[in-house]
Design a protein around this ligand. Structure first.
Ligand SMILES: [Zn+2]
Length: 65
């Protein structure tokens, strides 16, 4: 079994790298800009990929001809 942890920075998908998102105020119906909660306003997110690869022998009998 192989286990990989791959970390890299990516552009925030929620705000498209802007760092802020436009929201409509529930009460005043006013469009306002608030800091993106996903990236915290930086426009970038750290993505961690947790990959596990398991290789096991396949019995000869089950191999299709
Ligand atoms: Zn964001």
């Amino acid at each position: 079994m192989k286990h990989f942890l791959i970390k890299h920075n990516d552009v925030c998908r929620r705000c498209k790298g802007e760092g802020s998102i436009m929201v409509k105020d529930e009460f005043t119906s006013e469009i306002k800009s608030i800091p993106c909660t996903l990236c915290g306003g930086s426009g970038l997110v750290s993505v961690t990929k947790d990959i596990t690869i398991t290789i096991s022998p396949k019995p000869i009998k089950t191999i299709e001809k």
